[in-house]
Write a protein that binds this ligand. Structure first.
Ligand code: MG
Length: 169
């Protein structure tokens, strides 16, 4: 595998674990204010991010590439109100999309079609992640303004169940 592509995928493992850590901290926030449905949503988001990290890990291992783990940064976000994590999540997902695009561009440059095919799943996944994050903000703005609406929204989010990623390596 091209050294730059391998390096970027290694870095992406760390970024995905950071995403998991950030979302776990959002769950931590919502648990602390009693919004257990929002917390459930982000606990599942965190699990998905760990899955993403493991997919990249497995992909490098399957291709005989060295995997090296770096320190995971402390999750950094500015506290505000109950909508703040939702807004930060959307910004974060846009950033992750840019990272996936960068790896794709590097793979494209060296005609690494195998990596591009794996990344196709992530490109699509990022489209879904951004839409979900955006929908959460819209719902919160529409319904989260009063206690009954917030209660209903929290109940809806509490019903979310984890499902494993559809990509098999
Ligand atoms: Mg991810």
């Amino acid at each position: 595998m091209n050294a730059k592509v391998s390096k970027l995928i290694n870095e992406q493992i760390n970024k995905e674990f950071y995403s998991a850590y950030l979302y776990l901290d959002f769950a931590n926030y919502y648990d602390s204010v009693g919004l257990d449905g929002f917390a459930n949503w982000y606990h599942i988001q965190a699990q998905e991010e760990r899955d993403h990290a493991m997919l990249f890990y497995t992909y490098l291992q399957n291709n005989g590439e060295a995997v090296s783990f770096e320190a995971i940064d402390k999750p950094e976000w500015t506290r505000g109100d109950n909508t703040t994590p939702l807004r930060q999540a959307l910004e974060h997902e846009k950033y992750v999309t840019s990272l996936i695009n960068d790896i794709y561009a590097a793979a494209f440059e060296v005609h690494d079609f195998r990596t591009m095919q794996v990344l196709d799943w992530f490109v699509k996944e990022q489209g879904e992640e951004e839409k979900n994050a955006s929908d959460m903000i819209t719902k919160m703005e529409l319904f989260g303004g009063d206690s009954k609406g917030l209660y209903m929204l929290n109940s809806e989010l509490k019903a979310r169940v984890y499902s494993a990623p559809s990509l098999v390596l």
